[in-house]
Design a binder for this molecule. Sequence first.
Ligand SMILES: [Fe+2]
Length: 248
Amino acid sequence: MKNLFSFNFFHRANLLPDYSFLGTDIHSHILPGIDDGAQTLTESFQLLNGLSELGFERFYATPHVIADRYPNTPETIQSALKKITDVISNRGDTFHVEAAAEYLIDESFEHLLDGKGIMTLPGKRVLIEMPFVAPSPNMEEYIFKLQVNGLHPVMAHPERYNYWQNETEEWKRVVKLGCELQVNLLSLFGYYGKGARNRAFDLINKGWVSFLATDIHNVQQLSVLKAGLKDRSVAKLLSEHEFFNNRL
Ligand SMILES: [Fe+2]
């Protein structure tokens, strides 16, 4: 899908000026100390300030929910979020932070499928991820059950699952099931290797990607996002497609 507004926005310099064309980051690990993202409140604000300088204004913190590693619940997530929002209201920062979560869809996800106790993005969207070693055998069933319960799954970083990097038909099937796709900006810059970069470009060119996000975990990734603004092929790709971050 062509996006004439963003085409004009990028056209002058053929470069991305910043990420304000997205505005909202729907996938980030900025909450302090509850997963493998920011470990302290100081680090949370290093990430938030850095992303804000790069043009983002709204953030959905999406900590991992992985039963045996990060057994987060709405309570642990809300209490970590409060540490951030307390500082924001004291300082009067202009950016806005809310929380959802990133759910690993393994067997332990089953008890959340009824939607009770699940942290969602706007529009009752649920950010899900598959294991990196092999596809979730129950993925199709889980997507269907979420939908039956009025929820809308969004698959995080489809380009990063090595086992499906050459399996276009699998992604076509996921999209046909009504699952939205979210690509990581870092993938576009080669941060996770050539395979992920090529797959990200291909999924976007097929018009199957609804959202872009940072999936930021640490300050080092800020410099990759900043350097990426000089990547002309990414700027061209993104100028030719529309994303829905700002509609949430
Ligand atoms: Fe993530």
